[in-house]
Design a binder for this molecule. Structure first.
Ligand SMILES: NC(=O)c1ccc[n+]([C@@H]2O[C@H](COP(=O)([O-])OP(=O)(O)OC[C@H]3O[C@@H](n4cnc5c(N)ncnc54)[C@H](O)[C@@H]3O)[C@@H](O)[C@H]2O)c1
Length: 388
């Protein structure tokens, strides 16, 4: 490849949250350039946004349908190679399937779709077309998380027995959706968010992180979902007991009403020989605990020397890398995989290490099961004995 990959974007207009993060991340490693977009459901905001991003007028589109139709007609090397979809969940499947039908690869944010059925259709389409889909489960992009996954895969902790994953946030502790917060407005609306609120938004990250690090699959859950803020229609808090396919068990909790918390994602995994702990607020450290040795704090850039940690970090130890770099790792691995395939070469295992459509289907299975179990009070709650 003697050129950069060309990226289009759906969503990510001037007032949007994650679109800007995607653009920073995609451009970080100099493999990708933004060439076109439909940045809003409002055509004038799409135009205004595209101009701000220095795109030529004829590559700023009013609808994503127009974008895919017109881009598909441009010559190879001029048209976009892939699209990033960074819209509310209800606008994931439409652009994703149309992109694939027009021969474009896809990067899409989580949850992959609005329903499980849509996710399965996307999986079929990926298999049929051979195109590549990357799903931005951000936390799997951190070097320390990748190192933890490799330690587990190498058997360093022994057979995994226990997983605790918690994801408390506090930004939805009051009804900010009625006070002009546009991100809160669609996340609390079943018509735009999907069956779940908090569990779809951040529970899916916690679930993905647990499966990504352990290499295990959740097979059953026992759950409770709550809606704390009056008149809200979707869960803003919840927890689950997990059973994994190797016999391990776990606990997952996610909340967006944990008042005062920022983004305190934390995971602990224990095997027969030891355990590990990672906290998103201190992402360059991985704490490893042993039954027969002192506790270790492994650090990205110094004591964390696995091929995956080295491949996914950019600066020497002590120069913090964080959220945008984790996103950039997903983009870089996706880009390296895509460029290898375009060159007729086999991508390395490090390049292929990014979440895809299978992870998206798992996420939708998680949402379905959490909602089914989360409001069912009949099967799981046992009262204390009544002593009279
Ligand atoms: N991976 C992560 O860490 C992470 C973090 C935040 C959000 N997300 C996901 O990213 C997605 C977007 O979330 P957000 O917080 O940025 O939302 P947002 O409301 O800030 O932005 C959504 C954007 O999509 C645009 N849009 C809506 N319909 C459109 C259409 N038909 N055509 C073109 N553009 C359209 C809106 O105008 C807006 O610009 C969601 O799926 C969310 O779950 C992921």
């Amino acid at each position: 490849m003697n050129r950069k990959l060309k990226m289009g974007m759906v969503g990510g207009g001037i007032k949007a949250f994650i679109g800007a993060v995607h653009r920073h991340a995609a451009l970080m490693d100099n493999h990708i350039e933004l060439v076109c977009g439909c940045f809003s459901s409002n055509p004038s905001i799409s135009k205004e946004s595209g101009k701000l991003y220095h795109l030529p007028d004829n590559r700023i589109y009013e609808t994503y349908q127009e974008m895919f139709e017109k881009e598909a007609q441009l010559p190879e090397g001029e048209k976009m190679d892939f699209v990033s979809i960074v819209t509310p969940n209800s606008v994931h499947f439409g652009p994703a399937i149309m992109a694939l039908d027009n021969g474009f690869h896809v990067v899409i944010d989580k949850p992959i779709t609005f329903t499980l059925e849509e996710a399965l259709k996307l999986k079929d389409k990926i298999e049929e077309t051979g195109l590549i889909l990357a799903l931005t489960h951000t936390y799997s992009g951190y070097p320390a998380v990748k190192h933890a996954r490799q330690m587990v895969a190498n058997g360093e902790l022994g057979k995994i027995r226990k997983v605790y994953v918690e994801y408390p946030q506090g930004w939805l502790a009051s009804d900010v959706e009625n006070q002009g917060n546009i991100q809160a407005a669609w996340r609390t609306d079943p018509n735009r968010s999907g069956k779940a609120g908090c569990m779809g938004d951040i529970g899916t990250h916690a679930h993905h992180l647990a499966e990504y690090i352990t290499g295990l699959k959740v097979t059953e859950i026992c759950a409770e979902l709550s809606i704390f803020v009056p008149n809200r229609k979707l869960d803003d808090d919840g927890a689950a007991l997990l059973r994994f396919d190797n016999g391990a068990t776990g606990v997952l909790m996610a909340s967006q009403v944990a008042a005062g918390e920022e983004n305190a994602l934390k995971i602990r995994v224990y095997g027969e020989k030891g355990g590990l702990e990672w906290l998103q607020h201190d992402p360059n450290s991985l704490i490893v605990k042993w039954t027969d040795k002192p506790l270790q704090v492994l650090r990205v850039g110094t004591s964390m020397n696995s091929s995956v940690a080295l491949h996914n970090s950019r600066t020497p130890g002590g120069h913090p890398e964080g959220y945008i770099e984790a996103f950039a790792n997903i983009y870089r691995n996706f880009a390296l995989t895509l460029m290898s395939k375009m060159d007729g070469k086999e991508p390395s295992p490090e390049m292929l290490d990014f979440p895809g459509v299978e992870d998206g289907v798992r996420g939708m299975q998680f949402i379905e099961t959490m909602v089914k179990a989360g409001y069912d009070d009949t099967t799981k709650w046992v009262k204390f004995p009544d002593l009279q």
